[in-house]
Each structure stands twice: as structure tokens, then as C-alpha cells.
Design a protein around this ligand. Structure first.
Ligand code: ADP
Ligand code: ZN
Ligand code: ZN
Length: 744
């Protein structure tokens, strides 16, 4: 209200977002001793906050405050010499905070490397480079004789007299400290600092064999190149092996040559060293990689490399969508259907959706690529909002795999495999081929039970059963991480007749050994790859053909190609056919198609056998008859009829508490508040979450649904404010999940 707005002519007001889970901005006065540094949005500041000090980000300058101006405090200091975030970066984060109902301070500091939450100085962020001296410029590298590394290095640096970034050198030549020192001592090279603006284009790579694009690829590349320089969204809808990555590479080449940066966002990049390797081999770099397996300072270094415009390609998981890119020219989202692109706690943003928003703000094209696009994206493509580029055929000589259903009702099973599948496996092994078995359950057995009294090992903190892990001799809860040693006797009746039911990958591996005594097995799941380097080692044995049977969980469905695999067995997906989440059919279809796509990528055709007790299930039938596209069209019709996304927009209000009733009681109150808001938004619930108790907390949820996104957004903003104003309840936590991806 106007009455408490007091014009302050004496001083400018700094509007600051603070690293704290509090909504809104906080007003401060400039420092007592004016610095000669201009106060511009995006700067990090140190501010007094309560009785402590916090790091904040200056978002705006104002002339008036709604707070009592006599009580405003001065900021303590300006932390950096230049803003970390440009206005366009701030706009994206502000938009995301508003859309996902997140405090702006939390959103901002999610977007920055973690270390910068503390008042620590930035790492040295000048671009170190190497430049050839006049003497070096005119020296024929051949005169260096047998010092091959020095010759290689000198020849590379000579291509770019303005200097080459050290990161580019390392990427091309590996560690070259020795030859570098030698050439420096000979006066042929000098070290220098490059500035982002003057930093020349990286030297071109030596000519390598590039496949000639097929007509579909050419159309896709051309359509996207035509859109460079303005905003446009595309779906690149290409079956696995159709050459999507080749399309990405051609696009990035052009963008780099135009002096611009490309951002590639994908799922769990740590899982796909193959993709990184292909980019490194084919693109002149430097490439900055950002994913969770990096330590904090590696992350920050790579972040700066992107933010100062040095890295021409930034390859990262969802949070990379926030990295400042001063020369952004193109955004690619790989495997856009993947659920890991949505953050599942705290700031629950969708990396894919923000990529589209970012492209719009930056005025550049965005390409969403997948062999199994999400129904949301297909709908956007179908309605003409996105350009729809199709690559329906595998590139090169590879043929698509054939998928068949194997009815296992009444069939004798060994190791969970029907005799038909076992015979196929023997034949493939005899022919020197490889086999992939997919079982989406890790551990030894999902149920551990007493045969005498029926006791079942359950988690004391969750409504969930404990999974038996035999090598570790423990029972584990896969939901909260709790575990106990394996009991010898039933805790209820003391019987020692304890048995395990069902089969996970660990048991499958054990059971396969006697059935295929000559075969080498490679098991790939979260347990077998926990040790650093183990995943690469296992994948290596598969690629070198040393393992004949590859078995594992959905880790196998993502990103890896197994050219030697000619047979894929999909075991036991029946449970997910009947899961309650409305996205379960979509996810199951994507999983089947993605796993199937791993097979027969080279000249050897692949065959996929799906074991099921429900061969008549409509999802399986439509997938087999019409492929993923046919399945998706049918699934979209169902969503339309049921008024589910993408035909309606959802937000889930989740609450949890150690007391059984408290979460539901809070949500009932939240519902009353929402009903007072007079909007077209429909409310469903509250209901207990499908797994009500998890990690010792009782969980419940209330669903808000609306056909019009702006109406839902309007209502959410008011609702969120009202919810925040409610008195705090001890132990109760709640959060709004906009566009929820799972209903657990
Ligand atoms: P996707 O990313 O769609 O799975 P890739 O780009 O990895 O497909 O291509 C699959 C395989 O086909 C790779 O080995 C790639 O080198 C090869 N390939 C891609 N495009 C062509 C082409 N036009 N001609 C021949 N081979 C190609
Ligand atoms: Zn018992
Ligand atoms: Zn648990």
C-alpha cells in the first residue's frame, strides 16, 4: 500500500535475493564507504541477515522501499568484481522461481556452483592460453626431430597465432606440460591470457571421415540451421540409431563456426561417456562438462569456462540449463523424455521445459531429441507449436530390431527364463553373438519371508519391503536406505526356515551361471557399479566381446550402444503394466523401446523377446502393432478423454510429517484456503501418498488440476502466499510440485 511507501531521495535501495528459503527480496542500503565499483544486478554481496551474514545477489536498484527506511541495513561488501549472472540469466531464474513457486533466493543459488553460496572469492577465471612467438611462428616443426610431442604441440599452436586456450590444448593433446615447458625454454611459445571476446575460434580438427548425411538427416539439419538466430522449438523424433547424435554434431559445428556456444542438456551425463567421447573427437572444443559426479571445484571451474564464453560446447545434466552463456546460439535436449530431467526435490524444475523457456529468452532454437518422445512434446509437435523432424530409419546399414511377445503362462521357467528364450540364447552364444537381459529390479530377492509363520521383512520406517542383498548379507530398504544384517531366525517365531521370493539382478546372475557355464556374464546395475570406474570396466568387457551375457536394470536402457548384441530378453515387466500412476504406460513403453534399441546397431540385426503373462495387454499390443508412434497416439487419446496432461495442467501439494494425521490435516486446511480463491482450478484429495510412510514420515497429497495453465499459475501464486502465511506446524513439511512427474 502507498501509505507505507516512503520515497528515499537520499539513497538508492538495493533489492537483494538472499541464500535462504524465504520468499521475496530484501532491501538494503549501499555500503557506508562508497566503492568505485558500479552496483549492477547479478553481483554477489555480503549482507547482514538477522544476527548472521549471508551471501546475496543484487537483483534490482530501487528508489523506494516498503520497509521502514530507518531500519534498513547497509550491505557489508561487494564480493566480486563483476556480476556472475547477466540480465538474461536473471530473467530465466526469476521466471523459473515464479513458475515453480520457489523462493527466488533458493532458485538463484541452485543455479550457481555450490561454493558460491559462501562468501568465498571466485576461482581465478582468466583464460590461460599459449601463444606462438615470432621465432616459433617461422620454425618448421619438423626441425624438432624426434621430439614428436613438441612437434605436434608447435604445429597446433602455429595454426592460431592469436593464442589457444590451455583447455583446448589439453582436450586435443592430453597432458602436455612437458613439451610445453620445453618449447617455452626454446623461446618458441609463451603463456598468455586470452579474453573471451578476443578469444579466436578454436583451430579446426584434422579432417576425419564424416558419414554422408541421409536425406532425413539433411532435412532435419537444414530446418534447424534455417532457424538459427531466432527462437523456434523442434522435436527431433528419431528411432535409436537413426543418427540423431550425428545431426547434433553437424549443428554444433556450424554454431561453433559462427562464434557461438551450444548448450546440450541430457540425463545423467556421467552414464554416457560414449556421447562425450564422440563430441570430443568431432568438435574443436573446448567442451565444459557439468554433472553431479564432478567435485565442487571441478564443477565451478567448468561453470566459469562456460560463463565467460570460453567453452564452445556445454554438456550437462538438468542444472546446466541455468549456466550463463554469453554467446548462446543453440540448445539441444537429449533424451528429452527422461524423468531425470525433472528435479524431484527442493526446487522441482524441469530442465527440458526451462530449456525451451531459455531459448525463447535468448532468441535461439531449441531441439528436443528422443527415440521415445514424451507425450507432452509429441502433443506440442502435433499441434504445430514445435517443428517435427523425423528420422524414421536407422542410419547406415543397421536394421531395426524385431520385437515379439513370449507368453510365459504355464511355461516351465529356469532362472525366470522360458525354454524358448533359453534356446535362443544358446544359439546366439554358439554363433559368437552377445545377449542383453533386462530385469528392472536390483538386489537378490525382493521378498524375504518366514515359511512357518509368514513373517515378511519390512522396513521399520517405510511402507515397503526390504530387498535381500546376498553378497552383502543384508536386507535393504530401497526407499530410505535403511538396512539390517540378514537374520538367521524369524524374529516372530524363531523358525530357521527363512526363504527368499522373487528375483533381482543379483540372483539372476547366480541362476544363469549353471545354465550357461561357458558364458561370461556382465551385470550392470547400481550395486555392481558403485565403485568408481567399475561401470567403464564392465562396459569395456562388453564392447571387447569378452562378456557374452549382459544383464542389468534400466541403467542399460540409457545411452549405451551394444553393437554386438543380437538378442534382447525383457523379463518381468508385467508389474509396471498395471501400476497406478497415469504415466506408467508411457514410461513402460519408453523403457521397452529404449532397451530394444540397444540391440543390433551394426550390420547384425537384433531380435527382442518380451516375456509376459499378459500378452493381450492393449499397451503391448499397440506397441507391437504400431510401434512407439502408434502407442503414443493411442495414449494421447486416452489422456485427452481423462483430462490429464498435456490436456490439463497439474500441481501436487505434498505434505509430510512424523505424526500420522498431521499431513492430511494440513492439506484439508490447504484445500479450504484454495476453495476460497474462486478459480477454475479443480482440487482432488487430499489423499495419503501411494507409499504413505517413507523414512519415518507420513505423506499425503492434494492435486490441483486446470485446463488453462495461466489460470492455474494465477491460483498457485495466491495459494502459495496463503500457505506461507499459515502458522508453522512442528515437524510438518510441505511443497508445491508444479507439473509433477510422479505421484509417489
Ligand atoms: P542416435 O543418436 O539416433 O542413436 P547415432 O547418431 O548414434 O544415432 O548413429 C548411430 C550410428 O550410425 C553411429 O554409429 C553413427 O556413426 C552412424 N551414422 C549416423 N549417421 C550416419 C549416416 N548418415 N551414414 C552412415 N552412418 C551413420
Ligand atoms: Zn516365522
Ligand atoms: Zn525404508
Amino acid at each position: 500500500p502507498d501509505s507505507c511507501e516512503i520515497a528515499s531521495t537520499s539513497s538508492v535501495i538495493l533489492r537483494v535475493a538472499v541464500a535462504a528459503p524465504l520468499a521475496g527480496l530484501f532491501d538494503y542500503l549501499p555500503p557506508a564507504i562508497p566503492s568505485d565499483q558500479a552496483l549492477v544486478p547479478g553481483l554477489r554481496l555480503l549482507v547482514p541477515f538477522g544476527r548472521a551474514r549471508r551471501v546475496g545477489i543484487l537483483l534490482a536498484l530501487a528508489t523506494r522501499t516498503e520497509q521502514d527506511p530507518t531500519r534498513l541495513k547497509r550491505i557489508e561488501s561487494i564480493l566480486d568484481t563483476r556480476p556472475l549472472l547477466a540480465p538474461v540469466d536473471l530473467r530465466l531464474i526469476e521466471w523459473a522461481a515464479a513458475y515453480y513457486q520457489q523462493p527466488i533466493g533458493e532458485a538463484l543459488f541452485t543455479a550457481l556452483p555450490a561454493r558460491l553460496r559462501q562468501p568465498t572469492p571466485l576461482l581465478d577465471d582468466r583464460i590461460q592460453g599459449v601463444q606462438v612467438t615470432p621465432a616459433g611462428q617461422h620454425l618448421d616443426p619438423a626441425t624438432l626431430g624426434r621430439a614428436l610431442r613438441q612437434r605436434e604441440l608447435l604445429a597446433l599452436v602455429q595454426t592460431t597465432p592469436a593464442g589457444i586456450a590451455m583447455s583446448t590444448l589439453r582436450q586435443r593433446l592430453g597432458d602436455c606440460g612437458g613439451p610445453l615447458r620445453a618449447l617455452r625454454d626454446k623461446g618458441l611459445l609463451t603463456l598468455c591470457y586470452l579474453t573471451p571476446d578476443s578469444s579466436p575460434l578454436p583451430p579446426p580438427l584434422p579432417e576425419i571421415d564424416r558419414p554422408t548425411l541421409n536425406p532425413d538427416q539433411m532435412l532435419a539439419v537444414q530446418a534447424i540451421l534455417d532457424a538459427l538466430g531466432g527462437f523456434r522449438s523442434f522435436l527431433l523424433d528419431g528411432v535409436t540409431g537413426s543418427g540423431k547424435t550425428e545431426v547434433y554434431i553437424r549443428l554444433i559445428e556450424t554454431v561453433i563456426a559462427a562464434g557461438r556456444q551450444t548448450l546440450v542438456v541430457g540425463p545423467e551425463i556421467g552414464l554416457t561417456p560414449q556421447l562425450r567421447e564422440r563430441f570430443t573427437q568431432r568438435l574443436p572444443g573446448p567442451i565444459a562438462v557439468l554433472h553431479s559426479a564432478l567435485n565442487a571445484s571441478e564443477r565451478e571451474r567448468n561453470w566459469h569456462q562456460a560463463a565467460r564464453g570460453e567453452a564452445t560446447l556445454v554438456l550437462g545434466t538438468r542444472s546446466a540449463v541455468f549456466v550463463p552463456l554469453p554467446r548462446l546460439g543453440l540448445i539441444l535436449v537429449d533424451e528429452e523424455h527422461d524423468a531425470s530431467l525433472k528435479q524431484q526435490d527442493g526446487f522441482r524444475y524441469s530442465g527440458r521445459d526451462l530449456a525451451v523457456r531459455r531459448a525463447q529468452l535468448a532468441g535461439c532454437p531449441v531441439v528436443l531429441g528422443s527415440a521415445t518422445p514424451s507425450l507432452e512434446t509429441l502433443h506440442n509437435a502435433g499441434s504445430g507449436r514445435y517443428g517435427w523432424l523425423r528420422l524414421p530409419q536407422r542410419a547406415g546399414a543397421a536394421r531395426p530390431p524385431t520385437i515379439s511377445l513370449l507368453d510365459i503362462r504355464d511355461q516351465p521357467l529356469q532362472a525366470g527364463l522360458s525354454s524358448v528364450l533359453r534356446e535362443h540364447m544358446h544359439a546366439e552364444i554358439a554363433a559368437g553373438n552377445q545377449i542383453l537381459l533386462f530385469l528392472n529390479r536390483r538386489g537378490y530377492a525382493p521378498v524375504f519371508t518366514c515359511h512357518r509363520c509368514g513373517w515378511i521383512g519390512g522396513c521399520p520406517h517405510c511402507d515397503a519391503r526390504l530387498t535381500l542383498h546376498l553378497t552383502l548379507k543384508r536386507l535393504w530398504c530401497h526407499h530410505c536406505g535403511w538396512s539390517q544384517t540378514l537374520p538367521n531366525r524369524c524374529p516372530d517365531c524363531q523358525s530357521d526356515d527363512l526363504r527368499m521370493l522373487g528375483r533381482g539382478t543379483e540372483r539372476l546372475e547366480d541362476d544363469l551361471r549353471p545354465l550357461f557355464p561357458t558364458a561370461t556374464l556382465a551385470r550392470i546395475d547400481r550395486d555392481s557399479t558403485r565403485r568408481k570406474g567399475e561401470l567403464d570396466r564392465l562396459l569395456g568387457t562388453v564392447h571387447r566381446g569378452e562378456a557374452q551375457i549382459l544383464l542389468g536394470t534400466q541403467m542399460l536402457a540409457k545411452g549405451h550402444d551394444f553393437p554386438g548384441v543380437t538378442l534382447v530378453g525383457i523379463l518381468d515387466l508385467d508389474q509396471s503394466l498395471y501400476a497406478s500412476d497415469f504415466r506408467a504406460p508411457e514410461r513402460t513403453a519408453q523403457l521397452i523401446v529404449q532397451v530394444a534399441g540397444r540391440a543390433g546397431r551394426a550390420e547384425r540385426p537384433g531380435r527382442v523377446v518380451l516375456q509376459t503373462r499378459h500378452p493381450e495387454h492393449p499397451l503391448l499390443q499397440s506397441l507391437l502393432r504400431d510401434g512407439y508412434a502408434g502407442f503414443a497416439a493411442a495414449a494421447l487419446d486416452e489422456r485427452r478423454a481423462a483430462e490429464l496432461p498435456p490436456f490439463a495442467h497439474l500441481t501436487l501439494l505434498r505434505a509430510e510429517s512424523p505424526q500420522a494425521e498431521a499431513a492430511l490435516a494440513f492439506l484439508r486446511e490447504a484445500r479450504v484456503l484454495a476453495e476460497g480463491l474462486e478459480s477454475a482450478v479443480q482440487l482432488l484429495g487430499p489423499v495419503p501418498a501411494p507409499m504413505e510412510r517413507r523414512a519415518g514420515r507420513y505423506r499425503a497429497q492434494l492435486l490441483a488440476q486446470c485446463a488453462e495453465r495461466p489460470l492455474l499459475q494465477q491460483m498457485l501464486a495466491q495459494w502459495n502466499t496463503a500457505l506461507r502465511a499459515l502458522p508453522r506446524i512442528k515437524g510438518l513439511r510441505w511443497s508445491l510440485d508444479v507439473d509433477p512427474q510422479d505421484m509417489l
